[in-house]
Write a protein that binds this ligand. Structure first.
Ligand SMILES: NC(=O)c1ccc[n+]([C@@H]2O[C@H](COP(=O)([O-])OP(=O)(O)OC[C@H]3O[C@@H](n4cnc5c(N)ncnc54)[C@H](OP(=O)(O)O)[C@@H]3O)[C@@H](O)[C@H]2O)c1
Length: 266
């Protein structure tokens, strides 16, 4: 159970680099104990040592490949059994940016396994406890590519589109409770994922690249403000409002039971 001075335990996946590393640091600073997940044990150990020394929090590392069913199920079981967990950030993600015809099935499956399957199973692992205690925070990291597809992002955008709709569904499920579910949709951020994906950051518009610190701090400011969906790099709030309004109107406008006139032959 939680002690008086510790807020509880936060799980951060993909904490060995990029956004996850900064999320872990920011949550340690806020007073959460941490469970960190990634494949690179050396990076996790390095980070854990720094966070223990700087913030006096307890940090437990899980060296795991989230695309591996055995690893994933082990972590999910551990999380499910830990009543101290009150925060999960499903941040781990991977991308291969290339046309589908030039992307191996293994790489496509890896994106689906890490970006979708692990996110769903780890959400499943925390939600019953959150619901039972009527408390908890879940942040899912989507992407602006969850709403837009490039000719090199069919599978990656597909996985992030899933994250968007899945997270919105969870938000509807926990409406009226004390459980917070936030969807964060970053745009280009300076992390290793670009190199991993085959598009170096140097090939991108440098003015469009955000730092990891700016992205995470904006995401957490959005969370603190009670936002359900946070687009850290979108300055014009009206764009978000119009998009949200159109999404709802399109759905409502589809509930007619009849083909639209433009599809009638005579
Ligand atoms: N950077 C951007 O421009 C951008 C934009 C929109 C959304 N995002 C999203 O932001 C999230 C964080 O990515 P990032 O940009 O910070 O990239 P990153 O620096 O490459 O971090 C990805 C993290 O995920 C972990 N990971 C990848 N595959 C894994 C696996 N099979 N098992 C366990 N952990 C795995 C990596 O750790 P190991 O390699 O040690 O396993 C790493 O810690 C992702 O969901 C990404 O899709 C990023």
């Amino acid at each position: 159970m939680k002690t008086n001075n510790v807020l509880g335990t936060a799980v951060v996946t993909g904490a060995s680099s990029g956004l996850g590393k900064v999320f872990a640091e920011r949550l340690a600073k806020r007073g959460y104990d941490l469970k960190l997940v990634a494949r690179r044990a050396d990076k996790l150990n390095e980070l854990a040592e720094v966070l223990r020394a700087k913030y006096g929090v307890t940090v437990t590392n899980y060296t795991a490949d989230l695309s591996n069913t055995t690893d994933l199920e082990k972590i999910a079981a551990d999380i499910q059994d830990d009543p101290n967990i009150i925060f999960l950030i499903n941040n781990a993600g991977t991308s291969t940016l290339a046309p589908v015809s030039q992307t191996s099935v293994a790489k496509q499956k890896e994106m689906i396994d890490v970006n979708i399957t692990s996110l769903v199973l780890l959400s499943n692992a925390v939600l019953p406890g959150f619901i039972k205690r009527n408390e908890g925070t879940l942040i899912n990291i989507g992407s602006v590519l969850g709403a837009y597809t490039l000719p090199i992002s069919s599978v990656y955008s597909g996985t992030k589109g899933f994250v968007v709709q899945y997270t919105r569904g969870l938000q509807e499920e926990v409406k009226g409770t004390n459980i917070k579910v936030q969807l964060v949709n970053p745009s280009i951020t300076a992390t290793e994922i670009w190199e991993v994906g085959g598009v170096p950051l140097s090939a991108l518009d440098q003015a469009a690249i955000m730092t990891t610190e700016d992205c995470v701090d904006a995401a957490l400011a959005g969370l603190d403000a009670g936002e359900l969906v946070t687009f850290p790099s979108v300055h014009n709030q009206q764009l978000i409002d119009v998009y949200e309004d159109a999404r709802i109107k399109l759905f409502t406008g589809s509930q007619t039971g009849k083909p639209a006139e433009r599809y009638l032959q005579n």
